[in-house]
Write a protein that binds this ligand. Structure first.
Ligand SMILES: [Zn+2]
Length: 336
């Protein structure tokens, strides 16, 4: 793929719902946090190999970034730089996610972590014009108490920019420890998403929907293996946050032309295109669009439709959705 194909998508307004702060540190971002770090060290510690054995193997790589993101200053700088890069990539609305309990190793409280990133997201929005909201992740291997602590934080900071709860990490762990947290979110009418159907097959999507009741699924791409599930997703407008290159890296699909995004889209499933980890995967949304256009012949019309679906499925209140919608539509209809 030539650089021109990426550039041709750069100016298009985009919605990004699935992007992790800790796996999205670019070389420039890390150099801001560790002045003088060599690019060799960056590529060794902050970028995952092109082909990992599986999801669990891939998840070994965020460790350096997590170690770096343990102070207010670093958290703020990392988020500001990420949003700057997203703005350059044409993103107009994003929900950036992180697990607050991973950032308390050097003395910050979990409340301080979330309040720092809420303030940083407001600052980023003012600076870059990208409407920026936050999702808090609990992790599959966490205990009940850690999941409950995460939802408590999400509800506490819901007026400060936290718009949803997510369940992330290795799908090999059971959902049981997270049912009470997702129930608490539901009781408070607080939106949720959850990673599923990536490392494990369609059954993981079905059980996540049944036991956690999220409005969206992170990935969910292996739903394609069960036609009945695909029909159910389409019928109930369960939105899939699809991250194509990330799935190639974790070995879910061996090449882009085999990715299920096109088949799911044609089957009427609501879905969006996302990066997942911009640093770990060394990608941008413009690059993901170019790869999909190349593999499946998607046109501007298809990208407008998936962005509309993303906005519809976003956790923004409806008045704010209208503001973003106007910017989105204008970007696709103005001559370029
Ligand atoms: Zn993810």
């Amino acid at each position: 793929m030539g650089p021109t194909s990426v550039i041709s998508f750069q100016h298009l307004p985009k919605i990004e719902l699935h992007v992790h702060l800790d796996t999205s540190l670019s070389l420039e971002n890390v150099q801001g946090l560790i002045p003088g770090i060599s690019s060799d060290d960056y590529y060794r510690d902050y970028v995952a190999p092109k082909h990992c054995r599986d999801l669990a193997d891939f998840l070994r790589f965020p460790i350096s970034a997590i170690a770096l993101l343990q102070s207010r200053e670093n958290l703020e700088m990392a988020l500001l730089q990420l949003v700057r890069e997203m703005s350059f990539d044409g993103v107009i609305y994003t929900e950036i996610r992180f697990a607050p309990l991973l950032h308390i190793d050097q003395g910050l409280t979990s409340d301080e972590v979330v309040s720092t990133l809420c303030t940083a997201s407001k600052k980023a929005e003012m600076e870059s014009g990208v409407v920026t909201r936050i999702l808090l992740c609990t992790l599959r291997h966490f205990e009940v108490e850690q999941s409950m602590e995460t939802v408590r934080l999400a509800l506490k900071f819901r007026e400060q920019g936290v718009v949803g709860l997510d369940l992330a990490a290795d799908e090999g762990y059971s959902l049981n420890a997270h049912i009470p947290a997702f129930r608490m979110a539901a009781e408070n009418n607080f939106p949720c998403t959850a990673h599923a159907g990536e490392a494990r097959g369609p059954a993981s999507v079905s059980e996540t929907l049944e036991f956690l009741g999220p409005r969206r699924i992170g990935h969910g791409v292996r739903s394609i293996e069960d036609p009945e599930l695909v029909r159910m997703l389409a019928q109930h407008r369960i939105h899939l946050e699809v991250c194509p290159s990330s799935n190639l890296q974790t070995g879910v699909f061996s090449k882009m032309t085999q990715h299920s995004i096109d088949a799911l889209y044609r089957a009427g499933v609501s879905l969006s295109v996302n990066t997942d980890g911009r640093g770990l995967t060394q990608t941008t949304l413009s690059r993901e669009y170019a790869l999909i256009a190349q593999a499946f012949g998607w046109t501007m019309e298809d990208f407008l439709l998936t962005n509309r679906m993303a906005l519809q499925a976003s956790f923004l209140p409806s008045a704010m959705k209208e503001v973003v919608r106007e910017r989105l539509e204008k970007g696709y209809h103005s001559p370029h």
